[in-house]
Design a protein around this ligand. Structure first.
Ligand code: FAD
Length: 367
């Protein structure tokens, strides 16, 4: 029987652990999720999952079939959870999406993959104070997830299935896990997000150098909305920063998060008060339904970016002091899409895990 350790208590680690638990029910004797930070740990600087939006609006381009597959699979699971599992903290909302006419429609509209698709008329675009000559608009059924509720729900499912949740101080190197555990696990799954760069720098320096932060800034307000909003290309007269956009995601328990920015390579966690003001001004201008904005919190957070996109793959790292190798499947570097592709990525990890677990999987299985 196999001992499997997932490093990472964010959405990637918890979803991956859950899928491993389901798929390798009979092959895994011990499943441990090991992490320095877990849901509720608001001190954590480079722990991204508590700070996400978090909605589903796939960023995948037509030329990225792997990412489309991951996002598709995840959409179906999140919609089902929203319909059937109130404890998960997920709710379905129409998403009103606007972008420049020079951009193509996203794959999920072209393929008519998502539910509730409607393309906006010129009058509907004008109603959002946008110019239909410049902008296109459409809506579809998305979800928003309250991150800490959802990740706690994943933990409760994992522990109900017999997994161990264990806190550790941050490992310096991935191979240090052997000394910490006192044995060589059958398989390690690396879901360490932005910290993957540090964790791999000794054993996999080329890969380690590809990891970078992508800063976001969010304002949280008490007011509620019955829909989500994304405006990707803000009009010049709004004076946005070059990498600024608008997103408003209401939460199942009430209130909304309002963002945002995509600050590639920016690792600071300072909140820019001028940006917060700009975010709220732009939100009120383009969402007339938002009559007031009562702020209860503002924060900046770092998405786990990686050159080339998410890394899902298999590696073996030599164990210098004891001989043999540490077998690792990676799942890190998903940047701003960790929730919306979580199940698709996790299923892919299961495919690689089959190698280390001698092909013993339970197929098909239900998520
Ligand atoms: C402002 C903002 C808005 C976002 N909106 C969305 C959205 O709308 N939709 C969406 O899908 N995504 C969104 N995201 C992105 C999403 O939050 C991330 O993609 C996701 O949280 C990444 O999760 P992760 O599990 O890979 O990493 P993390 O959540 O960072 O988890 C990493 C885990 O690894 C552990 N760890 C790391 N290094 C070590 C070590 N050396 N030793 C032990 N433990 C270690 C940490 O303690 C932590 O538990 C948003 C992110 C931000 C910042």
């Amino acid at each position: 029987m196999s001992k499997v350790v997932v490093i990472g208590g964010g959405v990637s680690g918890l979803t991956t652990a859950l899928c491993l638990q389901k798929q390798f029910k009979d092959a895994i004797s011990e499943l441990t999720v090991l992490a320095a930070e877990f849901p509720g740990d608001y001190h954590a600087a480079d722990y991204t999952s508590p700070w996400a939006g978090a909605d589903w609006a796939s960023f995948a381009k037509d030329s990225e079939p792997d990412q489309i597959r991951r996002d598709k699979l995840t959409y179906d699971v999140l919609i089902r959870l929203a319909d059937s599992e109130p404890a998960a903290g997920i709710k379905k909302y129409p998403l009103k999406f606007f972008r420049s006419r020079s951009e193509p429609l996203p794959w999920y509209i072209k393929q008519r993959f998502v539910q509730g698709i409607r393309i906006y008329s010129a009058d509907e675009i004008r109603a959002s104070n946008l110019d239909p000559a410049e902008m296109q608009g459409f809506e579809f059924t998305s979800v928003t997830i309250t991150p800490t509720r959802y990740n706690s729900y994943l933990i409760s499912r994992l522990t109900a299935g017999g997994a161990t949740i264990r806190r550790t101080k941050k490992l310096d190197s991935i191979t240090d896990i052997v000394a910490l555990l006192g044995y060589v696990p059958t398989l390690v799954v690396n879901c360490t997000g932005l910290s993957a760069g540090k964790l791999l720098r000794d054993v996999d320096p080329v890969e380690a150098a590809k990891v970078f932060p992508v800063k976001g800034q969010i304002v949280q307000i008490y007011e509620d909305l019955p829909f989500q909003v994304i405006i990707e290309d803000l009009p010049a007269e709004d004076n946005p920063l070059p990498n600024q956009f608008l997103n408003i995601f209401p939460r199942v328990e009430g209130g909304c998060i309002v963002g945002g920015i995509v600050g590639k390579y920016d690792g600071s966690r300072d909140v820019d008060p001028e940006l917060s003001e700009s975010i709220l001004r732009i939100a009120k201008k383009h969402v007339p339904e938002l009559k007031s904005t009562t702020v209860y919190n503002s924060y900046a957070a770092l998405r786990p970016g990686r050159e080339g996109g998410v890394r899902i793959g298999y590696s073996e790292y030599p164990l210098a002091n004891r001989g043999g190798v540490l077998k690792v499947v990676h799942n890190y570097g998903i940047a701003g899409a960790g929730y919306q592709s979580s199940y698709g990525s996790a299923i892919e990890v299961c495919g690689y895990a089959t190698r280390a677990l001698n092909g013993r999987s339970k197929c098909p299985f239900k998520l």
